[in-house]
Ligand binder design. Structure first.
Ligand code: AGP
Length: 590
């Protein structure tokens, strides 16, 4: 993870700090900047958030240089500390790194035995190597160093002997370069500099950029020039403000209807004719995006009559999974940069299987490497806990399912037409789910601190339960667990005692009788059960009736009250809602 930024051509410090604030969602346990001043590179860094860095800088003489780099960190190798914060400066070079090196130990042994290290990070190896290999030609030295590194890395590098050039390097971690009135810029993602650039380039794996004030040269690691065309980009989509809300998470929950509306409207661009009916569909993703896959399984199996297997992307490569000929792999990712999802995508392509990806962020690596992309139109999502993007991904799943069912004639035409109409109504249904906010706030007050909360369901209800539990634990730190309702009595029910809060998702009429039995079993042991239901015939302590949608679309409305519950539980417990501890929005390490 980590966010990196570089600038060449204007007062560097304010641009770096502004960019770091916007990149902070990528990691926030330490931050730092290095600027080339008249007397050499000056580096300031510290443990903590970007605000801690700003406070530290306020006590120091101001920077005046126009070439600089910055970093906001999510610790991988080496604990969060002043020493382990980036940039790492060594001799004539300073570097910021996003990614993980796999051969830092071997490089230390081979090239850097006598070098005094001041941090525990793999990234300092890069700064030491640049210094050790320096032959008076900064570009050559950057290229030679990059070629020796194994693992994932996006780098921005300063050299005190190249006051007109910011060097950028990429393998497997995202890196964008832009040109505008403030000069040349580089950053991990567009939101860091969208309002400062007119022209945008995306570095591909194995490329170096030499960024000047008004131009940029691209090379491969063996310094062959690369001819690269700028990419179109949407400046408005790339920037986000809180707009009067106390937290991005709450703002983004309220933006869900428009995120779904834009996504449904964009579905017309999906070309179902590009897909032959596969023998099997494999969906792979991480976290909430994986939970979208769990819901998609029910929707697509019903509409398409194709077996669907869903797997966590980090486990996709832990097995020897021969993908049968004629399969389709689907990845789901808000950021489009999640390392495990990208690795699963690459493995699928290596096996010759086509990949369709549902992605929110344009210019992302997963989008660029997929055979087919369905872009959700959720807009920028800043809060680490995904909300509107998750529901937009579900809308994409419904739209894809209907388009393919129509094309492959796997569902009756009348049913498809009816569901298409219902899909166009989904933004309104999602909007109808929002007025439960006050009730969820009151319910959040009743969740006992430190006590576990359980989420159960069957079918799509089990998928909704998974997402509800993740949301609650990630923002409020309350222990939350999802269990398929029928599985409770095989062990987990031993944790239920008087007053244990349980949320039971009843999203499918055909499964409701069995859900009722499971609810009764829980109530008999004292659990305080709230049924989250499409119908009002479920008996529980309390009932949360959802807006009317077809059962196939139920998860998208069922999850909204749970997002609000999580938000208000976290608020009551004084948690850092938009940036929960230990997390980062874009997980670019495996
Ligand atoms: C959910 O709230 C989390 N932030 C996390 O589980 C997230 O969904 C996961 O890391 C996948 O991210 P992606 O969609 O960007 O690939």
């Amino acid at each position: 993870m980590c966010g990196i930024i570089g600038v060449n051509g204007c007062m560097a410090a304010p641009v770096l700090l502004d960019g770091l604030k916007r990149l902070e969602y990528r990691g926030y346990d330490s931050a730092g900047v290095a600027v080339l001043e008249s007397d050499g590179i000056r580096t300031v860094k510290c443990r903590g958030r970007v605000d801690a860095l700003i406070e530290k800088l306020d006590r120091l003489p101001p920077f005046t240089g126009t070439l600089g780099i910055g970093h906001t960190r999510w610790a991988t190798k080496g604990e969060p500390s002043d020493e382990n914060a980036h940039p790492h400066t060594c001799g004539r070079f300073s570097v910021v790194h996003n990614g993980i090196l796999e051969n830092d130990g071997a490089l230390r042994d081979k090239y850097l035995r006598l070098c005094p290290f001041s941090s525990e990070t793999d990234s300092e190896v890069i700064a030491q190597l640049l210094n050790r290999l320096y032959n008076g030609d900064p570009l050559q030295t950057v290229a030679k160093t990059a070629d020796l590194l194994a693992g994932s890395f996006a780098l921005a590098v300063l050299c005190a002997d190249a006051p007109d050039t910011l060097f950028c390097v990429r393998r497997s971690s995202p890196l964008l370069v832009g040109l505008g009135e403030d000069g040349g810029l580089a950053a991990s993602d567009l939101s860091a500099f969208a309002d400062r650039i007119q022209t945008l380039y995306r570095l591909a794996d194995g490329e170096i950029a030499a960024v000047h004030r008004n131009s940029v040269d691209f090379y491969t690691f063996d310094l062959s020039p690369v001819d690269k065309q700028p990419e179109p980009f949407d400046r408005v989509q790339a920037t986000a403000e809180k707009g009067g809300y106390e937290h991005f998470m709450l703002k983004e929950i309220h933006e869900t209807p428009s995120a779904v509306r834009r996504t449904v409207q964009a579905a017309g661009a999906f070309d179902a004719a590009a897909f032959d009916k596969p023998s099997r569909i494999f969906i792979t993703a991480c976290g909430s995006a994986y939970h979208v896959g769990e819901a998609a399984k029910f929707v697509w199996e019903e509409l398409l009559g194709v077996p669907v297997e869903v797997g966590i992307a980090s486990e996709f490569r832990s097995r020897t999974l021969p993908l049968p000929e004629g399969s389709l792999v689907v990845t789901v990712s808000q950021s489009g940069e999640t390392a495990d999802t990208l690795a699963a995508l690459r493995e699928s392509k290596r096996q010759g299987v086509p990949v369709l990806s549902i992605v929110n962020v344009p210019h992302s690596t997963i989008a660029a490497e997929s055979d087919h992309v369905f872009y959700t139109k959720a807009g920028v999502e800043v809060a680490v806990a995904t909300t509107k993007a998750y529901v937009a991904q579900l809308a994409a799943v419904y739209a894809i399912g209907l388009a393919l069912a129509e094309r492959w004639q796997t569902a009756p035409g009348q049913r498809i037409e009816r569901l298409k109409k219902e899909l166009s109504r989904l933004p309104a249904a999602v909007e109808e789910a929002l007025p439960c906010e006050r009730r969820m706030r009151e319910l959040a007050e009743t969740l006992p601190a430190g006590e576990p909360v359980f989420f159960v369901g069957r079918g799509q209800g089990a998928a909704a339960a998974m997402e509800a539990a993740l949301k609650l634990k990630e923002v409020s730190y309350l222990p939350a667990q999802s269990v398929p309702a029928g599985e409770m009595k095989h062990g987990t029910i031993s944790l239920i005692h008087a007053g244990t809060p349980v949320f039971a998702f009843c999203l499918n009429e055909a499964l409701n009788a069995r859900m009722q039995s499971n609810i009764d079993e829980l109530r008999a042991r004292g659990a305080a059960v709230t049924a989250v239901s499409l119908t009002d015939d479920i008996r529980a302590q309390s009932l949360l009736r959802l807006p009317q949608v077809p059962e196939l679309f139920a998860v998208s409305v069922a999850v909204i009250p749970m997002q609000l519950l999580s938000y208000y539980a976290a608020r009551r417990l004084g948690c850092d809602i938009d940036k929960p501890r230990n997390l980062a929005k874009s997980v670019t390490v495996e």
